[in-house]
Ligand binder design. Structure first.
Ligand code: MSP
Length: 520
């Protein structure tokens, strides 16, 4: 059902040495929801995620555990990172690992091409390096250590000592791209979103770019520089290229042309790599820059960026084991304006689960199905003449569907969900106003009762379709309860707001609570 419009979207590739926490899960479900939306809307969609497996951080973690780096990453990817996708119900089209030959060979090809075009030169380098960030730190992110690190320079992000590195390095002529990058940000105002992220990137580039060290010779866990076997390629250059190698850069031109350019969704911590270095690398290679980079905010726990190293890390399974994957997806995507930081708390999660999912959406679904069973023997009645209140519900559905699509186009799943929620609220209000249980007591109101319950059922039909990218599991149950045999994921999203798609005469099936009560 493709309309030919390409939509290629990526998550960052994760360092497998950290166990997955809810911050990684947040990026992943946001991208999955956007991808599911576009796929179900008929866009030619491809969603990529994966793992970033080279670099000093991985090498040290493996050594500390007494295994080779390859054994180390294989184990973590298998035991932690593949399962994360199932835990969160993610429908990715591909998973790239930077240790795969399909990646390593094409990274060498890309870097060789930059070298041949004169964008890489050899030089001496001495600078402070943070292994946590895998980055030579700019002045602004270097601080004086305190406590145990008194007298040392520490990384502003990791609060751990920096290491002074002195080596011969190969450099990428990043400084040559200042003007072209500024033109890009000016001509494509949506290249970096939201505006706060765009402003940060523009002022960073305006303050002047230095050439980038793109190789390391002090260790060998990486991809060899093709013209100098004593160096490996800097892990960030290697990692960024995953977005191109995964779709056939250098091997499958048809696939590459079909997919590229991509939309990248990243945490704001890694915005500069994606919005400055990566487009410059692509420009140097003569390839198109990405369609856009969207930077989301951080999940904060107790007011701090949640991270495993600061011991505030929460595993996604801690949430999904209790609330389920749909609630996880719904909670993070609806509660935090996408692009802003958001505080996580168990109280907030429980309260929203109860109010919005159990009492709001779940209860609406259960009682509508139960009333159709009780009053119409499980068969969706035909509507009679529509009154103003019925027509208002129809308008709400049409408006919500259009607003949700527009919000998803803007990379705002939070706004899309709040648009869709106007349907939940409207239908709950409609049931209260129309009191179908009272209508059922009066034979003269039989037709009116049919109109009311068919309106509710049709509203639920729209909700199942519109919410399926956000909550694939519960909407599937609702879809089956509505007696539908076609696949929910095949229901065209951009047509979801059109009234009257659920045929009268359809037989509904009993529905267990979509969001069961949770014992505190
Ligand atoms: N490997 C690099 C990315 C290379 S992409 C070419 C990396 N990996 S990471 O595992 O450390 O983090 C990846 C992403 O996880 C972040 O960009 C962000 O999207 C997400 N998050 C990690 N901690 C987070 C929070 N506390 N809150 C929200 N997202 C967080 O960086």
């Amino acid at each position: 059902m493709s309309n030919g419009r390409s939509f290629y979207i990526t998550t960052p590739i994760y360092y497998p040495s950290d166990l997955p926490h809810i911050g990684h899960g947040y990026t992943t479900v946001a991208v999955d929801t956007l991808a599911r939306w576009h796929r179900q809307a008929g866009d030619d969609t491809w969603m990529l995620t994966g793992t970033d497996e080279h670099g000093q951080k991985m090498l040290r973690a493996a050594a500390a555990n007494g295994v080779t780096p390859q054994e180390w990453v294989d184990k973590l990817v298998e035991e932690s990172w593949f399962p994360l996708l199932r835990t969160l119900d993610v429908a990715n089209d591909d998973f790239i690992r930077t240790t795969q030959p399909r990646h390593e060979e094409r990274v060498q090809q890309f870097v060789q091409a930059l070298y041949d075009r004169g964008y890489i030169y050899a030089g001496e380098y001495e600078a402070l390096y943070c292994v946590g960030c895998e980055e030579f730190k700019p002045e602004s992110e270097i601080q004086d250590g305190t406590g145990a690190f008194e007298g040392l320079k520490v990384c502003a992000i990791h609060s751990k000592p920096l290491e002074l590195l002195q080596e011969k390095n190969y450099f990428f002529r990043l400084s040559e791209f200042e003007d072209r990058l500024l033109e890009l940000y000016r001509d494509e105002p949506d290249f970096v979103r939201p505006d706060s992220a765009r402003n940060e990137v523009v002022s960073f580039v305006k303050s002047g770019l230095k050439d980038l060290s793109i190789s390391r010779s002090a260790f060998d866990w990486g991809i060899r520089v093709p013209w100098d076997e004593t160096h490996v390629i800097y892990v960030w250059v290697d990692a960024l290229l995953n977005y191109a190698t995964a779709i056939g850069y250098g091997t499958d031109p048809a696939q590459f042309d079909r997919r590229w350019p991509a939309y990248h969704v990243v945490g704001k911590d890694i915005l500069r790599f994606h919005a400055v270095i990566w487009p410059a690398m692509l420009m140097a290679a003569g390839l198109d820059v990405p369609r856009g980079v969207f930077a989301h905010g951080w999940l904060l726990v107790g007011g701090e960026k949640m991270s495993k190293s600061k011991l505030t890390g929460i595993a996604p399974t801690e949430i999904t084991d209790v609330f389920g994957s749909d609630a996880y997806r719904f909670y993070f995507l609806s509660a935090i304006p996408f692009g802003h930081d958001g505080s996580f708390s168990w109280e907030d999660l429980s309260a929203r689960y109860q109010a919005e999912l159990a009492n709001g959406f779940g209860n609406l679904a259960s009682r509508t199905i139960a009333m159709i069973e009780r009053y119409f023997a499980g068969v969706v009645p035909a509507a009679g003449a529509y009154a103003d209140g019925d027509l208002a519900v129809q308008r709400t559905v049409a408006d919500a569907a259009a607003a949700a699509d527009a919000a998803m186009e803007r990379f705002r799943p939070d706004e899309a969900i709040s648009a869709i929620w106007t349907i939940v609220d409207a239908l709950n209000g409609y049931i209260t106003d129309n009191e179908p249980w009272a209508l059922a007591k009066d034979d003269a109101q039989r037709e009116r009762l049919g109109t009311v319950l068919s309106t509710c059922a049709e509203g639920l039909r729209a909700l199942a379709v519109l919410l399926s990218p956000v909550m694939p599991a519960s909407t599937q149950k609702l879809w089956e309860a509505l007696g539908q045999s076609e696949r929910l994921v095949d229901q065209p999203l951009r047509d979801a707001g059109r009234w009257g798609q659920l045929a009268p005469g359809t037989t509904v099936n009993g529905l267990a609570p979509l969001f069961p009560r949770i014992e505190q």
